[in-house]
Write a protein that binds this ligand. Structure first.
Ligand code: FMN
Ligand code: 173
Length: 387
């Protein structure tokens, strides 16, 4: 039986023939390489966060005060990392979180397609941002048999919202992830000090440019007047959503709706009452609000309130043990964010695949050593809070 952990032996055996891994297998090494390779403005945008980035740092550091307790004499020679999510049988609990500048992360500007191909190669689903350099239909087509989810930034124009969701459904996406925490952009000093905001320079707006409704909203076709179209985009980008909008959102699609940015158990209950199908616990990687708690510390209460609803999680996942801890604390599926952007920047599809395989190999080997043959066992064991 093949296991994700086999990547380890592949690397060691490669070394016997003088072949070393092309990219670092750890986050710190990966980030160092990305710092040297990426264009400074893109690096700032990806690496940076809100305020003094306290929440962003906490997100990653907080995994350190959660511990797994190993169990021995359990046969873990065969491991099963698969999970069920809305009827999809996924080979692993990992997914790629939506990253709106994925398109820019490869030099050719087609990073969204490169990420989609990484999804195709690994079976790790990609949550495709509203902000892409290639239209959502083209990104879906590059995913092969791996399911994709579409992340919606809900525009103020209701017809544009309906059009984007309808296109996603028609293109075969399996769920709509509605991001709630970004109708306005957080205070990001690294970007502000350089006036660095890629969208306002006309990047990653292809889903708008290609949209029939958006094209009705601009005076001239976007190709002829990028600056004008960008202003139309800025005018419609972020609708202020409240619970009263849920019936309308629900009416747009038959697909499962997942609400991204939910961190409070009362909001979980309201989401369930309002007809949401899934919860996505995340603080946007500390990019939107600073001063908050680490997302992983909020996950247990979110899971408890969610009952049978699946809970997706991201914010601070940097290693396979982080993945395992999020699962032990009740996440149904775990999102990797910044690390795969760095993988894309270093080696396109190959680099992203490397990052995903490294995370999965570490999680798999941890489960093997610690006596958890599958995700259910990990979840049943839980994690212990220290300090
Ligand atoms: C550069 C960048 C762009 C992002 N763009 C989006 C986006 O378009 N839509 C969205 O819902 N979240 C977006 N996010 C948030 C991610 O989906 C995810 O919540 C975050 O990256 C998790 O934090 P981590 O990468 O530090 O683990 C973005 C994150 C980064 C780093
Ligand atoms: O950069 C982000 O995190 C992001 O998702 C975003 C997208 C559009 C406007 C502001 C923030």
């Amino acid at each position: 039986m093949a296991h994700y952990g086999d990547f380890q032996l592949e690397i060691y055996f490669g070394g016997l023939h003088g072949v070393l891994p092309k990219y670092p297998v750890d986050f710190a090494g990966l980030e160092r390489r990305a710092e040297a390779a990426m264009a400074p403005s893109l690096l700032k945008y990806v690496q940076g966060g809100c305020g003094d980035e306290l929440t962003q740092r906490r997100n990653a550091e907080a995994f350190g005060h959660w511990g797994l307790v190993p169990r021995m004499m359990v046969d873990c020679s065969a491991r099963d990392l698969s999970v069920d999510l809305f009827g999809m049988k996924l080979p692993s609990p990992l997914f790629m979180a939506p990253i709106g500048v994925t398109g820019l992360c490869t030099q050719d500007g087609h990073g969204d397609l490169a990420a989609a191909r990484a999804a195709a190669q690994t079976g790790v689903p990609l949550v495709v941002s509203t902000l892409t350099n290639d239209p959502l239909e083209d990104v879906a087509a590059a995913m092969g048999d791996t399911p994709g989810l579409f992340q919606l930034y809900t525009p103020k124009d209701p017809e544009l919202a309906a059009s984007l969701v309808g296109r996603a459904e028609a293109a075969g996406y399996k769920a709509i992830v509605v991001t709630l925490d970004t109708w306005v952009t957080g205070w990001r000093p690294r970007d502000l000090n350089e006036s660095n905001f890629p969208q306002l320079r006309g990047h990653v707006l292809s889903n708008y440019w290609s949209d029939p409704r958006f094209r009705q909203m601009t005076a001239k076709p976007p190709e002829e007047d990028v600056a004008g179209a960008v202003m139309t985009w800025a005018g419609t980008f972020g609708k202020v959503l409240t619970w009263d909008d849920m019936p309308w959102l629900r009416s747009l699609t038959k697909l499962p709706i997942i609400l991204k940015g939910i961190c409070h158990p009362d909001d979980v209950r309201r989401a369930a009452d309002a007809g949401a199908d899934g919860i996505y616990c995340s603080n946007h990687g500390g990019r939107q609000a600073n001063g908050g708690m680490a997302a992983i510390d909020l996950l247990p209460d979110v899971v408890a309130a969610a009952g049978d609803m699946p809970v997706l999680f991201d914010s601070g996942i940097r290693s396979g043990s982080d993945v395992a801890k999020a699962l032990a604390l009740g996440a149904t599926a775990v999102g990797v964010g910044r690390p795969y952007s760095y993988g894309l920047a270093l080696g396109g599809t190959e680099g992203a695949v490397h990052v995903l395989r490294s995370l999965l190999a570490e999680a798999d080997l941890l489960m093997a050593v610690d006596g958890f043959p599958d995700i259910a066992a990990l979840r049943a064991a839980g994690a212990v809070r220290m300090g």
